[in-house]
Ligand binder design. Structure first.
Ligand code: KIV
Ligand code: ZN
Length: 521
């Protein structure tokens, strides 16, 4: 009988807090809905005390996502715990996750607390959390560099105070698989009550060992895995959940574990995160990289043609990679269009589906055939439903040798049209400058990319524009057969996100006790 492993997703907390990966509350909600479709057991929705926007984001997920447990992070102090419990209160099943560092260097240098004070803060935080939430998880930050005797005392106190999940983070990705497995085993043997709680593993990837360490932890007796989609997270990231999930599924005979995950939703979940953050995974990334199922070498291609199992240990279909290479064109109907999206695990609201279908029809007028990858690129800009305050009406760009590039744009806001002309060092620079002047917002351009969504000179071009405004990053994404049009619409998409930003209320004041001295977890 296989043993069930619980999947705890922290993409929206440990992942989202790393530079360049921040998401807007609406995007976090949509991502949480996709994680629920993926079938994770727990969604760590955020760190509510860090800002009013973060609190609101967690609360919206707790109110709007059904299925998984919704969890919020809190440092080991009463204020953090109260705010976290309040944020997840509307959830069907709520969890507060409180933590404090237990390694000598963290206690002495970061917290400036004695081990006894740390132990007491942990006990009190769990007690408070347990009085406010039905389920409490406790983590000993930097557990792998902590003294084992002290770790045992802290975990014993946390369990006695009511924690039912005990997490053993390899916070700095320092452990080796054998060591990490041995630590989990030792704690299970030595901590009174550890056999009655769920033991959790949380591995960072600084030495590229996060997946190996996670599996070692499970084989030693842990039953919950914490990680992120695409392995996003601080520094080199957290363990990539898709890697752990597919390792457990592919090597089920050897390890004997099951999860509640619908693996066919992995590809769609990974793509959605890329679309929101504007950051793609490396092509050779395990499981979700563009080349993960590509066979280039002749000898491999021959093997795969004869029998896919020669070089494939898992099938593309298992992660939901569309295998149906249905090619669409102007005679294709809505049915075929929706089938491509369905195969890719993409879910759009009806209004967004209508808009995406009409964009698809526009493209069919300009291009004979449209591949599934191009269809997906076309709909990706519909993923985040921000109000389209400004729309592109038309534009013209002139460029060539011997004269400065010039762009004229007409954008509309409701019935109002604005037309502006600008010149620049290059045509894109001129185009963006004209738009910024028309919409009256001039954010900093942080990054800009254009790439073909499929092969062929007439392929649909995808553009991603990243803007910074008031410290927040806004990502716009758009596709078109005309890369300048895609760029203009991506820029406007990022501007519209900025304009849709909710007003920022006063931050709940964190207390400055028990590790509450830094803003991020
Ligand atoms: O890596 C870590 O130690 C964490 C804790 C807050 C669980 O993310
Ligand atoms: Zn972490």
């Amino acid at each position: 009988m296989p043993t069930r492993v619980f999947i705890f997703d922290t993409t929206l907390r440990d992942g989202e807090q790393s530079p360049g990966f921040s998401l807007w509350p609406e995007e976090k909600l949509q991502m949480a809905r996709q994680l629920a479709r993926l079938g994770v057991d727990v969604i760590e929705a955020g760190f509510p005390v860090s800002s009013p926007g973060e609190f609101e984001g967690v609360r919206r997920i707790a109110s709007g996502v059904r299925g998984p447990v919704i969890c919020a992070l809190a440092r080991a102090n009463p204020k953090d715990v109260e705010i976290a419990a309040e944020a997840v209160r509307p959830a069907e099943r709520a969890r507060v996750h409180t933590f404090i560092a237990t390694s000598p260097i963290h206690m002495a240098r970061k917290l400036r607390m004695t081990p006894d004070n740390v132990l007491e803060a942990a006990r009190q935080a769990v007690t408070t959390a347990r009085s406010l939430a039905p389920e409490v998880e406790f983590s000993a930050e930097d557990a792998t560099r902590s003294e084992v005797d002290f770790l045992c005392r802290v975990f014993e106190a946390a369990i006695a105070a009511g924690a039912s999940i005990i997490n053993i983070p390899d916070t700095v990705g320092y452990a080796l698989p054998e060591e990490y497995g041995a630590l989990v085993r030792t704690l299970l043997e030595r901590v009174p009550g550890m056999d009655r709680v769920t033991v959790s593993v949380h591995c960072h990837n600084d030495l590229g060992l996060a997946t190996a360490n996670t599996l070692a932890g499970l084989l030693a007796g842990a039953r919950q895995v914490e990680g992120t989609i695409n392995g996003i997270g601080e520094r080199a990231g957290n363990v990539a959940l898709e890697e752990v999930i597919m390792a457990l599924a592919t090597r089920r005979e050897s390890m004997g574990f099951t999860t509640g995950v619908a693996t066919t939703q992995i590809h769609a979940t990974s793509r959605l995160l890329c679309a929101f953050t504007g950051i793609d995974v490396q092509p050779n990334k395990a499981v979700v990289g563009a080349n993960a199922f590509a066979h280039e070498a002749g000898i491999h291609q021959h093997g795969v043609l004869v029998d896919r199992r020669t070089y494939e240990i898992m099938t593309p279909a298992a992660i939901g990679l569309p295998t149906n290479r249905l090619v669409l064109g102007k005679h294709s109907g809505r049915h075929a269009f929706e089938k491509v999206l369905e195969d890719a695990g993409i879910h759009l609201a009806p209004a967004d589906l209508d808009r995406a279908f009409s964009r698809f029809k526009d493209v069919c007028d300009r291009k004979k055939t449209v591949s599934p990858d191009e269809v997906i690129a076309l709909v990706e800009e519909q993923f985040a439903t921000f109000p389209r305050t400004w729309e592109l009406v038309r534009f013209a760009v002139t460029t060539g040798t011997g004269r400065p590039p010039e762009a004229t744009v007409v954008v509309s806001r409701g019935p109002r049209d604005e037309e502006r002309t600008a010149s620049g060092d290059g045509p894109v620079n001129a185009l963006f400058d004209a738009i910024a002047s028309a919409v009256g917002v001039r954010p900093e351009l942080v990054d800009y990319t254009v790439r073909a969504a499929a092969g062929g000179a007439d392929a649909v071009g995808e553009s991603v524009v990243k803007l910074r405004w008031d410290g927040d990053l806004s990502v716009g994404r758009a596709s078109s057969t005309d890369v300048m049009e895609a760029s203009a619409r991506a820029y406007l998409g990022a501007v519209n996100k900025i304009l849709a930003r909710p007003p920022v209320a006063a931050a709940p004041a964190p207390r400055t006790t028990a590790g509450a001295s830094e803003g991020r977890a």
